[in-house]
Design a protein around this ligand. Structure first.
Ligand code: GLU
Length: 457
């Protein structure tokens, strides 16, 4: 069999969303699985709705997700140019072929594609007018995901508008022929266009590519397809929020595909090995933000420490909290090591770690009221302050021993000191272990914070 050639063909008319990313990913996976070629083609013939800004978002998002293209804008290739706006001469050439074959006619200034068959007039109730139909057999589509699909394509259709612009169906098919595309993998919303496309391929005498229409992504709650306006729909947002691209890619792999066992977190090399078009689900996939957050956390946990610290640094460089956090590289590293097993995403870092980098952190009023309501709280604070100068703060177990020792000498337990100490040094009742917080902050800052709470209450 000849080499597989697939294409991702976005129109830069809006931000890059989850559905587009998944279509790109499935094309990329199929190319990598088969040792084929993954092509990026920009369908930007609709001048009014396209913009350079959206084009750059497409390039950036694909690169960020690691979906490198073998042919296309910026990388070139033997079948370029890869932007439809630069392919006018190809379209005139192909239009001429259809004209020569007698498969076009002009009406109302537009160029129409002529179906083959006997014509008859019929009143269309729906459109409330008489239309010309053609006696044809239904067009059969052997879809690699949907199976056998038939559609009756029994009306001629416009291929070049009266303003001279070729329509989507025409340029889409011409490019698939010219770029020798073997498999058209795209969203199910295009299934209804496919009969038109098949008839065009046949009219050109070109081989009809294999089709694979991927089911829709449903919005998290309720019926209906996920739209660009839905929460969590834009790829760029995940990039800004500090999601790990490999986690998002893994999540997207599972939106309509699975490895036929219960594995979820998978190496991309394993997905490439197993991925195949007939393995894509026929039923719609539902977007699940919790599942994505969980996936991201699993990837964060598995990151080598130094890479976690490096990624966290990149995140903070773009965040207002970064100024204080990055001013103390040693503390930063220690704090990130504490955060790695605890956070679901980098976006939680500023809140989770803020008190390590600022002295003016807020005391959670509810926690404060509860902890300080106990009459002995101030006594415990005082005891901690008194014991602190002689405590060994060099490692967590030494700190734990020291607090336990203090507790035992007062006939108390570790827990009797924990809540009040935690409130004093972090302002809250959750977070890393109190011993780690003491160790990372160091004696002076711990002492200041304990004293401040004592003075306040
Ligand atoms: N430009 C079309 C879209 O963005 C792609 C059609 C196709 O993949 O054939 O939906």
């Amino acid at each position: 069999m000849s080499q597989v050639r697939v294409r991702f063909a976005p129109s830069p008319t809006g931000f890059f969303h989850i559905g587009s990313a998944r279509t790109a990913l499935f094309n990329w996976l199929y190319a990598r699985h088969t040792g084929g070629v993954f092509i990026l083609r920009i369908e930007d013939t609709d001048k009014e709705r396209n913009s350079e800004q959206f084009l750059n978002v497409i390039y950036d998002s694909l690169r960020w997700l690691g979906l490198n293209w073998d042919e296309g804008p910026l990388v070139g290739g033997a079948f370029g140019p890869y932007r439809q706006s630069e392919r006018a001469s190809v379209y005139s050439e192909y239009l001429q072929k259809l004209k020569t074959a007698g498969r076009t006619y002009e009406k109302d200034g537009a160029v129409w594609f002529k179906l083959l068959g006997e014509r008859y007039e019929v009143y269309d109730e729906h459109r409330k007018k008489t239309v010309t139909k053609v006696k044809v057999a239904p067009t059969a589509i052997e879809d690699q995901i949907r199976g056998h699909v038939e559609r009756l394509e029994d009306e001629d259709f416009v291929i070049v508008r009266s303003d001279g612009n070729p329509v989507f169906h025409f340029v889409n098919v011409v490019d698939d022929i010219a770029m020798q595309i073997t498999h058209v993998i795209r969203g199910e919303d295009h299934l209804s266009n496919t009969s038109k496309h098949v008839e065009l391929f046949k009219a050109f005498g070109a081989p009809v590519p294999a089709f694979a229409h991927i089911p829709l992504i449903l919005k998290q709650n309720g019926p209906g397809k996920m739209s660009k306006r839905d929460q969590g729909a834009l790829i760029e947002e995940y990039q800004k929020r500090g999601f790990l691209p490999e986690a998002l890619v893994n999540f997207l792999c599972l939106l309509g595909w699975n490895p036929k066992d219960d594995r979820e977190k998978m190496l991309i090399s394993d997905v490439i090995e197993l991925f195949d078009l007939p393995g894509v689900n026929q039923s719609n996939a539902r977007f699940d933000e919790k599942k994505l957050a969980h996936m991201n956390m699993a990837y964060l946990l598995a990151l080598p420490t130094e890479r976690f610290v490096a990624e966290a640094k990149l995140f903070f460089q773009k965040h207002p909290a970064g100024v204080a956090a990055l001013a103390q590289p040693e503390v930063f590293r220690e704090v990130m090591l504490l955060a790695q097993p605890k956070i679901k995403g980098f976006e939680e870092l500023p809140a989770y770690t803020g008190y390590f980098f600022n002295e003016d952190f807020v005391l959670d009023p509810k926690v404060k009221d509860k902890v300080m309501a106990k009459p002995e709280a101030k006594t415990r604070l005082g005891e901690l302050i008194a014991a602190l100068p002689s405590m060994d703060l060099s490692n967590d177990s030494a700190i734990e021993e020291a607090i336990k020792h203090l507790a035992t000498s007062n006939s108390l337990g570790f827990g009797d000191y924990q809540a009040v100490a935690r409130l004093a040094v972090s302002g809250t009742n959750a977070g890393p272990s109190i011993t780690s917080i003491f160790r990372v902050l160091g004696r002076t800052r711990v002492e200041q914070r304990l004293s401040r709470l004592l003075a306040l209450s």
